[in-house]
Design a protein around this ligand. Structure first.
Ligand SMILES: Nc1ncnc2c1ncn2[C@@H]1O[C@H](COP(=O)(O)OP(=O)(O)OP(=O)(O)O)[C@@H](O)[C@H]1O
Ligand SMILES: [Mg+2]
Length: 321
């Protein structure tokens, strides 16, 4: 079975989206996996990063949740890399959550795995779910659909407190909905070379023993890559050490999943300024790095405005791009 991993914590702005997108970039380019990112955050930041700032997808995760449509019908190929796919987020999910009654809330969570990932085509090797900064329905939905989650943390007292509340919620989801849910590990993000940050890392390493997957430094290039709408893997302004950081995270994630990382061995492709080999990207006016021969992903279905939750099983319909 293909692994499904949610990237989560309750606190906002700790790097959930950044980690999801950069991990996806490393996995597709360095380890030759086909990766689908499902954007469950109504802020739609992962969608903007992977489909381009200003992208207006016709179909979104809301269609998967409410209509329901198989994820394979709704997913779009990212212009960043031909093996990178996105089920776009929907800002309407924020309003939906406010109007859901208790029984629908429970049904959504109980059915989340089948609804969200039941219709992902077999050709996808790994699914990453970006979740919103809350303990609410859509974050829990991500946990309910996942095999494992990556807990995000950053130095600072608030970060630790947010982690504790999140862990209680993850335990609740595991107990009530998804008994197979495990914690893949912790990513500590935004780390500076200060004694305070070092103390925080030591504290977390003590608390989570061997679970720290990666310590990601605070770097302007991370922000710059996001502003350009590309993962660090494809961002020419990123230093090799930063790119290596996400590649190592990718390798660690694969090992923890019991998969063997298959690093790319052939020489870098023409124009691959990310240094990872393979696809030769071109730069668009919007600042995106677009691999050659990538079909226009804009031929997707319209977003539904009629929420009708159902637990009908989905079938795999192949990759649409
Ligand atoms: N390692 C890093 N170095 C520098 N900037 C970073 C790093 N990680 C994330 N950022 C920046 O921090 C900001 C917040 O990151 P991001 O959007 O990934 O957080 P988030 O947890 O997904 O936020 P939200 O909870 O709102 O969804 C972004 O501007 C991002 O570019
Ligand atoms: Mg985010």
């Amino acid at each position: 079975m293909r692994p499904v991993i949610a990237v989560a914590t309750q606190k906002g702005g700790v790097g959930k989206t950044t980690t999801t997108v950069n991990l996806a970039g490393a996995l597709v380019n360095q380890y030759q996996l086909r990766v689908l990112v499902i954007d469950l955050d109504p802020q739609c930041d992962a969608t903007a990063l992977l489909l381009g700032h200003g992208a207006t997808p016709d179909a979104t995760v809301r269609d998967v949740l409410w209509v329901p449509r198989p994820a394979g019908d709704v997913m779009m190929r990212s212009p960043v890399h031909p093996d990178l796919y996105v089920v776009a987020g929907s800002s309407s999910l924020a309003g939906d959550e406010k109007h859901i009654d208790a029984s629908t809330y429970d049904a959504i969570l109980q059915d989340a795995r089948q609804t969200l990932v039941g219709g992902v085509p077999d050709a996808v090797d790994l699914v990453l779910i970006d979740t919103p900064p809350s303990l609410g329905l859509w974050m829990q939905c991500g946990l309910a659909a996942a095999d494992a989650y990556i807990l995000m943390g950053e130095p600072g007292a608030l970060g630790t407190r947010g982690m504790g509340q999140f862990l209680d919620t993850a335990d609740h989801v595991r107990t009530e909905i998804n008994p197979g849910l495990t914690r893949l590990g912790v990513v500590i993000n935004n780390v500076r070379a200060t004694s305070g940050d070092e103390a925080f890392i030591n504290m977390l390493q003590g608390e989570f023993l061997n679970e720290v997957l990666s310590v990601v430094p605070q770097r302007g290039a991370v922000r710059d890559a996001s502003a350009e709408g590309v993962p660090v893997e494809f961002f020419p302004g990123a230093r090799p050490e930063l790119r290596r950081c996400y590649r190592e995270l990718g390798a660690t994630v694969l090992r923890r999943l019991g998969l063997r990382p298959r690093p790319r061995t052939e020489p870098a492709g023409r124009g691959d300024r990310g240094g990872g080999g393979g696809v030769a990207p071109r730069r668009t006016g919007a600042g995106l790095v677009v691999p050659h021969n990538t079909p226009d992903p804009s031929s997707n279905v319209a977003e539904s405005s009629r929420p009708v939750h159902s637990s009908s099983p989905h079938t795999s319909e192949g990759i649409h791009g």
